[in-house]
Design a protein around this ligand. Structure first.
Ligand code: SAJ
Length: 431
């Protein structure tokens, strides 16, 4: 009888993917394409229903890709009985923050409890959701052991951080996968399994290394974006272009990665993941001051941007109150339809609260979802004659920036949208 490593490495095996969102569904589709028989599980029955009808719930998987995966054997279900006795279980559920910005592990806990009820001997359980070091052991191992399963004899447990990048040019299998087992044996089994799913596995000595590596990746981004944001404010005081400065520094072919200023930091990774690390640091009495400082700088950007708008209007004899402001882009980054944690939303809500009449061009969202923020959605090509100032908050490709600059007195560009497109207008002011 072959051992578990050999089994996952060389024989056909089945997998459950728990959570069919922006992480789980691409994971499931990739696994099918790599020859693993997958049952996708989600507690959201209407999401499952619409997937069975061929509608993908996320931008990164088209309806055609979903249809092809279903044809190749992908099953999607809300019934735990459908994931009974499979060879591997990949947990891809949300790990949000609670009301006081503490880790909310409730989704991981409920997915684990469900697995304990359906898992059979010899199975691998791998957690993919971003979390603090120690979670895999404290929740997954503890639950399986309490359920009577002996680690490394009857079950194998690992952590492998999701590295999905919404809108990315990289296919899932092209992105190296960090994998850490809760033991050497579990690590070897998990590495064998992931070796079938991706081109490169980076096996580390422990699940905690894998958990911490993901938090380092995203804390690194948060801190460097905050540095860019703070430098932008200083550069404005110095009357120097931060964009030209960054481009100059970026000519250094080593030791510098460019990050850019903006109206703040959105999405479901960068604003949240570092808070998992900050929480754990506080719990163990450590300190990680960069996280708190980066959060202060980044979360202050919407206010800073509104002040710059007020200043620009004031310079033209207009008060913010009563002015008509055109905002371009509400989603948290270009060309994707996701406004979760988007700083652009805070900017337009603050502008409206200060009495501005805010119109929004947002090609990626529906009129209803735009106007839910108390602003007026307008289409490209609408008459802009009454606009006193336009602000570029998210620079989608599908926007006519020249038309905007030709139609309004001043454009406040927080994304370098005109510079990126080699468009030069004297009425465009950069952050
Ligand atoms: N942002 C800036 N300046 C920058 C870069 C980003 O203001 O220089 C802003 C963006 O506008 C956005 C937020 O920060 O509002 C986050 O942007 P992001 O580029 O980090 O994109 P995300 O949130 O989709 O991050 C994901 C992450 N992937 C995972 O967590 C698995 C992150 O680790 C990736 O590095 C990132 O995608 C990526 O590179 O696109």
């Amino acid at each position: 009888m072959s051992g578990p490593v050999d089994r996952f490495e060389n024989e056909p095996w089945t997998a459950a993917v728990l959570g069919l969102g922006y992480v789980g569904l691409p994971f499931a589709v990739n696994a099918i394409q790599r020859g693993v028989q997958v049952v996708g599980f989600d507690v959201n029955t209407s999401k499952v229903e619409s997937m069975l009808n061929g509608t993908s719930p996320i931008d990164d998987i088209s309806n055609e890709e979903l249809a092809s995966a279903l044809e190749r054997g992908l099953k999607v279900t809300s019934d735990p009985a459908d994931i009974k006795g499979l060879d591997a279980y990949f947990i891809c559920v949300p790990s949000p923050l609670g009301r006081s910005r503490e880790p909310d592990l409730s989704y991981i806990r409920s997915a684990t409890a469900l697995i304990v009820d359906v898992i059979g001997p010899g199975a691998l359980v791998s957690l993919e959701s971003t979390t603090y070091p120690g979670t895999t052991e404290e929740i997954i191992v503890a639950s399986l052991t309490a359920g009577g399963f002996e680690l490394d004899e009857e079950v194998f447990v690992a952590y492998s951080p999701e590295r999905v990048d919404p809108g990315s040019a990289f296919a899932i299998h092209q992105i190296p996968k960090v994998v850490g087992g809760v033991s050497e044996t579990s690590g070897a089994v998990a590495a064998a399994a992931y070796g079938r799913l991706v081109d490169e596995v980076h096996l580390v000595s422990d699940a905690k290394v894998a958990e911490l590596s993901k938090l380092l990746e995203n804390t690194y981004r948060s801190v460097n974006i905050a540095l860019a944001n703070e430098m932008a404010q200083l550069a404005d005081e110095l009357d120097v272009s931060i964009w030209e400065t960054i481009d100059a520094a970026a000519t250094k072919p080593f030791g510098f990665q460019p990050f850019y200023p903006g109206p703040g930091v959105g999405g479901h990774c960068i604003p949240l993941d570092p808070q998992y690390l900050a929480w754990k640091a506080r719990e163990v009495g450590g300190s990680i001051r960069f996280i708190d400082l980066a959060e202060q700088v980044n979360t202050n950007m919407p206010k800073y941007v509104v002040e710059r708008v007020a200043r620009l209007l004031n310079d033209r004899g207009r008060a913010l109150k009563g002015s008509t402001v055109l905002a371009v882009g509400l989603t948290y980054k270009p060309n994707i339809a996701d406004d979760r944690e988007s700083p652009s939303v805070e900017v337009v809500e603050r502008l409206a609260q200060r009495g501005a009449n805010v119109h929004v061009i947002e090609p990626m969202l529906t009129q209803a979802s735009v106007e839910a923020h108390g602003v007026t959605a307008i289409n490209q090509g609408a008459t802009l004659g009454a606009v006193d100032l336009a602000i570029i908050l998210t620079d989608h490709d599908d926007v006519d920036y020249e038309e905007i600059a030709h139609s309004v007195p001043v454009v406040f560009d927080t994304r370098g949208a005109y510079r990126k497109r080699a468009l030069s207008f004297s009425n465009v002011v950069e952050i």
